[in-house]
Design a protein around this ligand. Structure first.
Ligand code: COA
Ligand code: AMP
Length: 633
């Protein structure tokens, strides 16, 4: 079947389309209704369907001939460790750790926060939660204690799982210290913390609160899977919103399993038994969907890589991995490719390895510039597929569905709408725009299975953030346009979210921190284009009257504050003092215009601007400080 035929079927009769796709997974009880609205009036998929996601990811394969196939390869250049688990070995580990959780009182519907690095125990912990019907919430290791505390207070976990430490190339990240600081700040306290002690770094445990992972395992009884409803939450993943408070994206069990299985086959074009590698982090949605659940539900071998694209030990690391594990499909962020290209632009290191197993390279997480796409395509000699999605969707919304047919690649475009996504580009008043006119990207509701059904503890915010601006549509927060053939080009966020090295961050969260400095009267943090990281944040600060502080001194202090409050991953490294910020007459800071100035893009000052002369001042300031010198292709 062609892409167009399959897509049209998904549009003309979504319920029968997603009923058919649901046949691909093993239900304990099949759904009695495919699409319905819940008591809050929100769309849900697969009413009365019963299943267990851990069963689908592990037990099912052990029962159906994959017991001895490798489920998980662990490759850690930072600790010089390699390990592998077959499906039956991974199942045994998960059964036992589920027993640990159960013995600590974790039951279906309880929440568990996981603050752990890229180690097999993290995967085991997530699957063990899924096994019990408990809801995990993984927090990315690069976040500071304050960000962890916000998530603890919102998710109210019964348990917190941590590792003693992580390794960022050669720098030890003391996870337990971060947990201690977070729990000092949070009002909610988990009943207990279970800590995995890594060989290179043992953390002191708090008597009565912290328990040693291995010690708990030694006393545990394996636990069986629990039947859950398709609509029960599998996990919460917090993501940056347009305020400092992150949004708790909920993922349900049923729609998620169906969507991921579907995507593995039709988007990524992999077969059960093949090796699929998402070089991301389990703390992000890509890690959830395509390091863990997607490949395992599909019966692939997946890879957990505790390393970087460069410096572990060099820019040939990814190519070594492809050769060693015979990777069929690699998924990473454009920034990783840019990092490799910077170190080895001639691709010399690539020549050391046999990458002939590779069929496709998929890129997502940020806009993929044409030169990065072309460079990687030439180097690897395989189609490089840019595709677009979000934490909220959980799986791609735009792609080249290579499992159906490989459409011609148009560099700069993230492809065409994936089956189930009715994507529209609209103008300021919601009017559909003709080809090549840039507007707001919307997706008609109901969104297909796997997308967020709601936000944790905050249905009002779910509705106001995503559904109310354009009734009948989900607001993606991205801008873009279509061409005459229906290829979509995503041009970037139209809100205050930025993407730094493929990491989604909120400039508002950084602004809150900068504004709290005693010398700062007001400030704006904007994301500007960066050759390596895609975007980086820059703070523009107006000092309080009478403050006598040098720019470099203030910059140092603010950088430290953002590292401590948001985390090093924000890569907040530039501050400029300005006399004033551009504002509308009603006092709204014109951040978007500031971004246009920094990125040297044309703009029209809005008629509501308080005083247009400030824009010239800003242009001079940015030139003088070489802020935003890059012009993207
Ligand atoms: N735990 C703790 N700290 C972390 C971390 C983690 N899991 N991940 C990143 N950090 C820290 C880094 O140590 C660094 O700290 P520093 O300022 O003290 O040096 C900071 O956060 C920024 O890290 P990073 O974004 O990794 O930048 P980098 O300059 O060290 O490396 C790349 C650049 C391109 C190599 C790296 O960003 C990368 O691999 N990106 C790919 C991202 C990706 O796969 N995203 C997936 C989403 S699809
Ligand atoms: P996250 O929720 O962290 O996955 O980030 C989602 C955001 O990343 C999207 O809203 C986009 O702004 C951006 N993004 C992801 N993939 C792409 C892509 N292929 N092209 C352009 N932007 C992308």
């Amino acid at each position: 079947m062609t892409y167009q035929e399959f897509y049209d079927r998904s549009m003309s009769d979504p319920e029968s389309f997603w009923k058919e796709q649901a046949e691909a997974i093993a239900w304990f009880e099949k759904p009695s209704q495919i699409l319905f609205k819940d008591e809050k009036g929100l769309y849900r998929w697969y009413k009365n369907g019963k299943l267990n996601t851990c069963y689908l990811a592990l037990d099912y394969h052990v029962e159906n001939g994959r017991a001895d196939q490798v489920a998980l390869f662990y490759d850690s250049p930072v600790t010089n460790t390699k390990k592998q688990y077959t499906y039956s070995e991974l199942l045994e580990e998960v059964r036992l750790f589920a027993g640990v959780l159960k013995a600590r009182g974790v039951e279906k519907g309880d929440t568990v926060i996981i603050y752990m690095p890229m180690i097999p125990e993290t995967v085991i912990a997530m699957l063990a939660c899924a096994r019990l019907g408990a809801i995990h919430s993984v927090v990315f290791g690069g976040f500071a204690p304050h960000e962890l505390a916000i998530r603890v207070d919102d998710a109210k976990p019964k348990l917190l799982l941590a590792a003693s430490g992580g390794l960022e190339i050669d720098k030890v990240i003391d996870y337990v210290k971060i947990v201690n600081a977070a729990l000092e700040e949070s009002a909610h306290q988990p009943d207990a913390c279970i800590v995995y002690q890594r060989a290179f770094f043992k953390a002191p445990l708090k008597e009565g609160r912290d328990f040693d992972w291995e010690g708990q395992l030694a006393q545990a009884e394996p636990a069986d899977y629990v039947e859950v409803a398709a609509t029960d939450p599998l996990y919460i993943l917090y993501t940056s919103g347009t305020t400092g408070r992150p949004k708790g994206v909920i993922r349900d069990n049923g729609g998620h399993a169906v969507a991921l299985k579907f995507s593995m086959q039709y988007i990524y074009g992999v077969k059960p038994g093949e090796v699929y590698w998402a070089a991301s982090d389990v703390g992000w949605v890509v890690g959830h969907s395509y390091i863990i659940y997607g490949p395992l539900i599909h019966g692939c071998s997946t890879i957990l890589y505790e390393g970087k694209p460069v410096r572990t030990p060099d820019a040939g690391a990814f190519w070594r991995m492809i050769e060693e594990y015979k990777v069929r499909v690699l998924f990473t962020a454009p920034t990783a490719i840019r990092a490799i290209k910077k170190e080895d632009s001639g691709g010399k290191l690539k020549q050391k390895y046999d990458t002939s197993s590779l069929k496709y390279l998929f890129l997502a997480g940020e806009r993929c510039d044409v030169s990065t796409l072309n460079w990687s395509q030439e180097l690897l000699g395989v189609p490089v597929i840019d595709h677009w999605w979000q934490t909220e969707s959980g799986w791609p919304m735009l792609a080249n569905m290579v499992g159906l047919e490989l459409l011609p690649i148009r560099p700069g475009s993230a492809g065409k709408p994936v089956c189930g996504y009715d994507l529209q580009i609209v103008g300021p008043n919601g009017e559909p725009l003709p080809p090549r006119q840039e507007g707001t990207v919307l997706v008609a509701t109901p969104l297909p299975p796997g997308n967020l059904p709601d936000l944790w503890n905050d249905t009002n915010r779910f509705i106001s953030s995503y559904l109310s601006a354009y009734p009948g549509y989900y607001f993606t927060g991205d801008g873009g346009y279509k061409d005459e053939d229906g290829y979509v080009f995503i041009t970037g966020r139209i809100d205050d979210i930025i993407n730094v090295a493929g990491h989604r961050l909120s400039t508002s969260a950084m602004e809150e921190v900068v504004a709290s400095h005693p010398a700062v009267a007001e400030c704006a943090v904007i994301g500007i284009n960066d050759r390596m990281k895609g975007q980086i944040p820059v703070g523009f600060v107006v000092l309080k009257g009478g403050v006598n502080k040098s720019e470099s001194e203030l910059e140092k202090e603010l950088i430290q504050m953002v590292r401590e409050k948001v985390g090093p991953v924000a890569a907040f490294k530039r501050v400029a003092i300005t006399q004033r910020l551009p504002k509308t007459r009603s006092g709204k800071i014109l951040r978007r215009i500031m971004r246009f100035i920094a990125d040297q893009e044309p703009y029209n000052p809005p008629s509501t601007i308080e005083d247009g002369s400030v824009l010239g001042e800003l242009e001079d300031l940015m030139k003088a400080k070489a802020i935003g010198e890059m012009k993207e292709d």
